[in-house]
Design a protein around this ligand. Structure first.
Ligand code: PBG
Length: 355
């Protein structure tokens, strides 16, 4: 017997036998002055009234780097994503240029032997990320390069700052982040993106850049960055999940908060940020909208590793149409008001957009 909501459906007596109902009247016309479906009746009509359009210009493509040459190492929790040796990253940068993707974001996987408690490899002008910047700038000079400033790829404990007696210390960390900034700017980074969530770091970084002749280098502040479960696969990719002790809740934001995001963004703008970012992306579209409405500054969304992994997992199981889910998720950021999106789907989206 057929069941619906746990009840057998054929014991529900119909009040009116089907045969007794009047036939669906062909002339049952509603007097509607407004029929919203008219604007959706054909592809040309939908294109004509479309409110938000995604283009390749909206995309920032994050790449993971690894030491070596001719190496592409799969990231298990991010199907389709690989850590790239510099020569391979250069090839992807050339592809970015062909696809008209304006900017790359570089994230190094640092060999465990180079990590220490204070993340000193971050200050090595010959470190992986700096060598990659130089090589990419040479091969694809018209592609912008964004670089994170934070110590987590370099610390043995996996935190973004310096750990002293169990506490991530703020001011001492900021001083090191300024040095990290100068090392990356000197290598040729176009945008410095502090992702550490220390207080006062944007002003310190701006001052550091300006007093060292790097006034043309931009700052995109990870302004509202939440302590999120969705960064898990990224930490696998950069090798910090194995080492991370504890969590980042004393510096990254509480996912319950929204007014606090506005205060963080206000501070970063005041301190000299040219652009701000909200992170993660899709679970935080409300924050993007509030920030855009309140500040009218270029606001970026980071569709983070966990969001990528979710879409890929469902698509690879045949549970979602991957291409459509990718484009819909990216379109949602535009609708929320984002100026652009950091997304691992950047090349796929650019290809789908026909660039
Ligand atoms: C490092 C950093 C993280 C991400 C970008 N920069 C991880 C973290 O804060 O733990 C996350 C990106 C992603 O998940 O795709 N501070």
């Amino acid at each position: 017997m057929a069941l619906k909501y746990g009840r057998p459906i054929d014991v529900n007596p119909r009040l009116t036998p089907v045969e007794a109902l009047p036939p669906a009247a062909a002339d049952a016309r509603l007097e509607l002055a407004v029929r919203p479906r008219r604007n959706r009746k054909a592809d040309w009509a939908r294109r004509l009234v479309r409110e938000n359009v995604l283009t390749a210009d909206d995309l920032i493509w994050p790449l993971f780097l690894v030491d070596g040459s001719n190496k592409r190492v799969a990231v298990d929790s991010m199907p389709g994503i690989e850590r790239l040796s510099i020569d391979q990253a250069v090839r992807e940068a050339e592809r970015a240029a062909e696809l008209a993707i304006p900017c790359l974001a570089l994230f190094p996987y640092t060999d465990p032997s180079l990590r220490d408690a204070d993340g000193t490899e971050a200050l090595n002008p010959g470190n992986l990320v700096c060598r990659a910047i130089r090589a990419i700038k040479k091969a694809a000079p018209d592609v912008g390069i964004l670089c994170d400033v934070a110590l987590d790829p370099y610390t043995s404990h996996g935190h973004d700052g310096l750990l002293r007696d169990g506490v991530i210390v703020n001011d001492e960390t900021v001083a090191v982040l300024v040095q990290q900034t100068l090392v990356e700017a000197d290598a040729g980074a176009d945008i410095i993106a502090p992702s550490d969530m220390m207080d006062g770091r944007v002003r310190a970084i701006r001052t550091g850049l300006d007093t060292s002749g790097f006034d043309a280098v931009s700052i995109m502040a990870y302004a509202a960055k939440y302590a999120s479960a969705f960064y898990g696969p990224f930490r696998d990719a950069v090798g910090s999940s194995a080492t991370l002790t504890g969590d980042k809740r004393t510096y990254q934001m509480d996912p319950a908060n929204t007014d606090e995001a506005l205060r963080e963004v206000a501070l970063d703008i005041e301190e000299g940020a040219d652009m701000v970012m909200v992170k993660p992306g899709m679970p935080y579209l409300d924050i993007i909208r509030r920030v855009v409405d309140a500040f009218h500054v270029p606001t970026f969304a980071f569709q983070v590793s966990g969001e990528y992994a979710m879409i890929m997992a469902a698509a690879n199981n045949g549970w979602l149409d991957g291409d459509r889910a990718v484009m819909e998720s990216l379109g949602a950021f535009k609708r929320a008001g984002a100026a652009g999106i950091l997304t691992y789907f950047a090349p796929r989206a650019a290809r789908l957009l026909g660039a």
